[in-house]
Design a protein around this ligand. Sequence first.
Ligand code: C2E
Ligand code: CA
Ligand code: CA
Length: 475
Amino acid sequence: MREKIKKQILHNLLLEVSKRYDYVMAQNTRIFEETSYKAIHDELTGLYNRFYFIEQLKKAVAFAKRHDNYGAVIFIDLDNFKVINDTAGHKAGDTLLQLIAKKLRAILREEDLLARFGGDEFVILVDNIGEDQQRAVDILQKISDKLLASVSYGHIVDQKVYQITASIGIALFHDHAMDIDDILRYADSAMYEAKRKGKSRAIFFNPLIEEQLQRRFLMETSIRQGIEEEEFFLVYQPQVDGEGKVMGAEALIRWNNAERGVISPGEFIPFAEESRMIIPIGEWILHEACRTLRRWEEDPLLRGLKLSINCSAIEFMEPGFDQKVIQVVTAHGVSPKRLTFEITESLLMMHHTSLTSVMRRLNAFGISIALDDFGTGYSSLAYLKNFPIGTLKIDRSFIEDIFFDTSDQALVRAIISVAKDFGIEVVAEGVEKPEQETALREIGGKDLIVQGYLYGKPLPLPAFEEALFKESGSR
Ligand code: C2E
Ligand code: CA
Ligand code: CA
């Protein structure tokens, strides 16, 4: 009997122990599962995290290599998410991220891996998309169209509708040896390119983008240095009236770079415009031009000269441009009547509403406006009516063959005649040969102003002044 009870107790004990053991085991598994869940998931959205994504990307790249197959990484970055976060608060921002995560997940295939890298950055691994590159590109294009559409639908958070867009960068990988870091960097730089192109779009990585970005970055850095190190200078090209007298000059910028020597504006102005570095450069040009005008005032021979500077559209669009100009010119104490701003047609074509008033204010202050490279763009004579333009500069391409090309002759004749009716001055650019001059004088008479290598190449200030003195026989 006692044996029986003993056995029973032992049995119960064992049962208890094993129950406990099960419990502990279950507990351990749960903790284990929880921690492993946390290790590979993003807490906010429940999507996979960067760690897991990269592990899977490694496998996918190896698979693509073995099977001659295409795969891709799609980088999604929300546009201006920070604005929503700042204005609606972090909580609303978090909810919005959760909603977007769900929408993205819903349009992807089961096997596509969606992860959140943090912030407003989502990343998708699409693998096994076939052996044909064009087909892979088509598929990815479709996917990204869907992704863009699903993000740009309004999202409702706290009864408010939030409108947002995304920029997408896509990097393909295939059988060639590619580094995981490279693939991610490529997708990232394509996404950056999408932002730069105006956001709300998808762009495929292409090695040219990378090269361009690299070049642009280097250029911007060295322009910034160039401004600091005072490597920019102006050269002056004479403008000659009907009497053969130098009546003014156009100032053209040069950059004396420590490593590359003198660089022409055609090479760096586009970068300076893109990076908006043209704003400080343009300001420097205006100061320098004023200093030159001031200096010329001291000399009887130079006193009457006018000076033209080139302005980029970016500068003109900068709020407060006119006030800044008036302030600078006034501070230098030079007469604005001796200053001309050369602008190109592209600026007028922007149809910017404030543009006309900026031009009018500068004009009222005394600065004249010249329309540069006339004939190369849309060349509408209506500009003459709608904008306060004092001078037309006929582009070099019309002057080149003017001495034998009858259609160029007819065009230049027509331009000069219309300009005359409007009371607008005309400058013929790029005159290199005496026969061009002869033809131009025949067409335009004494009113036409000419500029070009025939009368002088652009020269640094001391050399320009020297040439004038020599010509006039003084000193
Ligand atoms: P642009 O305003 O049309 O300037 C005339 C260009 O033609 C200058 O080139 C000048 O050196 C060149 N040139 C003058 N005469 C002749 C000639 O007889 N034959 C030939 N073949 N060329 C002649 P540059 O200095 O290289 O400037 C190129 C362009 O860069 C300028 O075209 C202008 O659009 C821009 N640029 C120059 N300086 C500045 C500046 O200070 N600011 C801005 N925003 N743009 C500038
Ligand atoms: Ca010019
Ligand atoms: Ca020109």
